[in-house]
Design a protein around this ligand. Structure first.
Ligand code: UTP
Length: 291
């Protein structure tokens, strides 16, 4: 099972980040010095992905522009000998083969993924949610691809959450296989406490097989009136083995303000050129606040 294609659903409305996301897609908000979506593309590329489909909508053309050439800007950078900046802007246009498809109506994550049918064809593929950013030594998508290949299975990323948080996510019924890999036998979306299978949710990364498209076509709207990917995955279990990978790394949901701020601070602290400055700034701030 070789995985060379990835789908990035990025057509959500971003209502949790309003008013910032009224005209700027949440995937384009800067995390330190790059937009959120660039971290996700970099994770895909460093996991061996060659072709990437971004599912967008009519309000998100800033993303297509970002990964395009910018001749006027580039000419100006050359004329003023700003070659480092030139390399930086060129790099974004040459990272991968990036394609776009529009989700015309915001009918849910399952519906967004179903838009990838023609792009994917008959191969397994990765899904990376456009607002879930990971910080890890081994790219999280690569951790999932390795498990999917080893077990000839679909794969989902997970990490245990606190018992009172699971009802915000999906809940997986899992049994250990080995190391960080578990077998998935059932799941449900946003369960009430009495309905949950475990405190393992699906977190932002998937390796799926093309059977999912036929399944999604006949999956009715579920929780919140949206076509839920979780409902489709539950049916995928009937035709495909699925594993959950308790991945190594930290996941940030940049689609809500707290997650976005945590990611901003952690990525800034980890950045070689700004980390030391931020550390002393935070130290001085904590001292001034008597913390
Ligand atoms: P979220 O629920 O996190 O994103 O969807 P959202 O809908 O933008 O969030 P809020 O609640 O309004 O702030 C998870 C992922 O699914 C994509 C989102 O872009 C995000 O990557 N998505 C969701 C779609 O592409 N289409 C949809 O119809 C819904």
């Amino acid at each position: 099972m070789k995985v060379t294609k990835a789908v990035i659903p990025a057509a959500g409305l971003g209502t949790r980040m309003l008013p910032a996301t009224k005209t700027v897609p949440k995937e384009m908000l800067p995390l330190v010095d790059k937009p959120v979506i660039q971290y996700i593309i970099e994770e895909a590329v460093s996991s061996g992905i060659e072709d990437i489909l971004i599912v967008t909508n009519r309000a998100k053309s800033a993303m297509d522009d970002y990964f395009d050439f910018t001749p006027e800007l580039e000419d100006r950078l050359i004329a003023s000998n700003k070659f480092d900046e030139l390399e930086t802007v060129r790099k974004t246009a040459e990272m991968a083969n990036i394609f776009y498809v529009r989700q015309r109506e915001t009918k849910g994550l399952g519906h967004a993924v179903s838009r990838a049918k023609h792009f994917v064809g008959n191969e397994p593929f990765a899904v990376l949610l456009g607002d879930d950013v990971m910080m890890s030594k081994v790219p999280v998508t690569k951790q999932l691809i390795d498990a999917a290949e080893k077990y000839g299975a679909a794969a989902v990323g997970t990490q245990r959450v606190s018992p009172d948080a699971i009802s915000k996510y999906s809940s997986l019924k899992v049994t250990p296989i080995e190391g960080r890999v578990m077998r998935v036998s059932d799941m449900n979306e946003k369960p009430r406490p009495s309905e949950k299978f475990s405190d393992y949710p699906i977190l932002g990364r998937y390796i799926l097989t093309p059977e999912i498209f036929e399944i999604l076509e006949s999956t009715p709207p579920g929780h919140g009136g949206e076509i839920q990917l979780t409902d489709g995955l539950r049916r995928l279990l009937g035709v495909r083995e699925m594993v959950a990978v308790d991945f190594e790394g930290v996941r940030y949901d940049t689609g809500n303000l707290k997650g976005f701020l945590e990611a901003t601070i952690d990525f800034a602290l980890a950045a070689p050129d700004i980390g030391d400055w931020l550390r002393s700034f935070l130290r001085a701030k904590a001292e001034a606040l008597g913390l």
